[in-house]
Design a binder for this molecule. Structure first.
Ligand SMILES: Cc1cc2nc3c(=O)[nH]c(=O)nc-3n(C[C@H](O)[C@H](O)[C@H](O)COP(=O)(O)OP(=O)(O)OC[C@H]3O[C@@H](n4cnc5c(N)ncnc54)[C@H](O)[C@@H]3O)c2cc1C
Length: 476
């Protein structure tokens, strides 16, 4: 194993993965250190997946700056990486007279931030654009540049592209120690592995304050706010065309109802202040979400909920992104709460520019920015699918019936960068287990393929690493 790198990125979320990809555009050796069993294990897995237009952030903040630049970069980034992205536009709907008064403020703020095409829409046009809009709503702020993206798809594809260009990924590497060396830092993992890097980039999300502390950087604090969601079946995925937001408050952007890029309908998130990181869901969240979402869209078919989940926002005590150097050779990208996903391509570019400048690195002329979509087979016509199946029968064998995922796609998920080694890893790459039956049908088959591919016993296969084993004390 190589142990000396130019750059070590701590954290394999969307910021760390895209930063690694941008860093590989320079002539630098790069390693990503991720404590979980796979990338996209933190906030980048469980969020709303909205590419925000940029009218919410306070002008002059880093959030406002990177939101607008990131929004503009997202389409090309997703095209290069084969990630699903749709510019569906967003609506902030005013439910009361008081909220109606806030819409012009948001419009003004958006224009200050450089957001294009914003306008206030009145009831008549609103009802045409969004047929299920609730009766009491008189006006909304329309943002045509708002979009939706698959957050974990973007993270996995960015890491895959970085690896295809020579970056390394070490999962299960929890950074617990840092020692200054003559040329940089020696990093130590919880299980005693060591490596060195000339520069360390802290993209550790919820762990960013702790990681900063290892270098003696104590100039920011991280707080946590949980957000719970309900995901509805694809049969009602078009119930909303746009991303429909309530008017933002101090606690965040409020509850939204949105289609997802995979055709589901998403309702959430709640906003619950926490003392520590947690992604458990609460029963009370469902009535809160139902009530708030129903004030925006009428008769939402809540009978079609297929699952619930939660993500944890990690915010800084500055309530803005922290993007700055700490101790020599340590760059912090911390407190990346919403609109962090939207901002991620722009933040990653900024990180790489800072690091390349510090190391005097030259451009990497061999960098290949393109990665094949993880959905290439699904997007083929029936004729084209038949042609592929004639060459490789694995694509003719359906493993997940709800999402129509083939064995060929499961093999790809295990064999392409970054390889999936857990049930969730397969699920996030292929959607096997994400459908209406929530893996009731396909899980044993996926488990079997993981065992065969990696020569593991059934008891060794986990849902998402650690102790999340599926089979305990018996044969499959
Ligand atoms: C509920 C919710 C809704 C959101 N909605 C949106 C939205 O619609 N649009 C938007 O733009 N943004 C949204 N966001 C924000 C967005 O999700 C985040 O800004 C983004 O995912 C942050 O990415 P990250 O890479 O900084 O952190 P993470 O994705 O959390 O990644 C950090 C990684 O670091 C790893 N790590 C931690 N400590 C260590 C260590 N010591 N050693 C090694 N690895 C370590 C973790 O395991 C984790 O994988 C939302 C966030 C939440 C929680």
């Amino acid at each position: 194993m190589k142990v000396n790198f130019d750059v070590a990125v701590v954290g394999g979320g969307v910021i760390g993965a895209l930063a690694a990809r941008e860093l590989k555009k320079f002539d630098l050796s790069v390693v990503v250190l991720e404590s979980a069993a796979d990338v996209a294990a933190g906030a980048s897995k469980a969020n709303s997946g909205i590419v925000h237009a940029g009218f919410d952030a306070v002008p002059g903040t880093l959030k406002a700056k990177y939101n607008v630049i990131g929004n503009a970069m997202m389409e090309q980034t997703c095209r290069e990486l084969g990630v699903k992205y749709i510019r569906n536009g967003s609506l902030v709907v005013a439910r009361t007279c008081e909220e109606e008064g806030i819409l012009p403020e948001l419009l003004f703020r958006g224009r200050q931030n450089g957001v294009k095409g914003l306008k206030i829409m009145l009831r008549e046009q609103l009802a045409e654009e969004e047929p299920h809009i609730a009766d009491g709503i008189a006006a909304a702020l329309y943002a045509p540049t708002g979009g939706i993206v698959c957050p974990y798809g973007l993270t996995i594809a960015a890491m895959g592209n970085a690896m295809d260009n020579g970056a390394e990924l070490l999962c299960g590497f929890t950074v617990v120690g840092a020692v200054k060396t003559g040329t940089g830092w020696q990093l130590v993992s919880a299980d005693g592995h060591e490596l060195t890097a000339r520069i360390v980039v802290n993209c550790a999300g919820a762990g960013a304050e702790q990681v900063a502390g290892l270098f003696g950087d104590t100039f920011f604090r991280i707080g946590f706010r949980r957000g719970e969601y309900m995901l509805l079946d694809k049969s009602v995925g078009t119930y909303a065309k746009h991303t429909v937001f309530s008017v933002p408050t101090k606690a965040g952007k409020g509850v939204l109802v949105t289609p997802t890029v995979d055709g589901n309908l998403l309702v959430g998130p709640t906003s619950v202040e926490e003392d520590e990181y947690t992604t458990a869901t609460r029963r009370a969240a469902f009535s809160e979400l139902r009530q708030k979402a129903s004030a925006m869209l009428k008769e939402i078919p809540f009978g079609q909920v297929i699952t619930s989940f939660a993500g944890e926002r990690s915010y800084s005590d500055r309530h803005d992104f922290i993007l700055e150097w700490g101790k020599p050779g340590v760059f912090h990208a911390a407190g990346i709460e919403s609109p962090g996903l939207t901002s991620s391509p722009a933040i990653a570019e900024h990180i790489a520019e800072q690091v390349a400048k510090a190391l005097g690195a030259k451009k990497n002329g061999d960098f290949v920015p393109v990665r094949r979509s993880m959905h290439w087979f699904k997007d083929l016509s029936a004729e084209e699918k038949n042609r592929v199946i004639a060459q490789d029968a694995a694509y003719g064998h359906i493993v997940c019936r709800c999402e129509e995922v083939t064995l060929g796609e499961i093999y790809e998920a295990m064999r392409s960068n970054p390889p999936a080694r857990t049930l969730d890893g397969i699920k996030l790459r292929t959607r096997a287990g994400m459908g209406r039956c929530q893996s009731g049908f396909c899980q044993p088959s996926v488990l079997h393929e993981l065992m065969t591919e990696f020569g593991m016993a059934a008891e060794e296969i986990t849902k998402n690493g650690g102790d999340s084993r599926i089979i305990v004390g018996g044969e499959l």
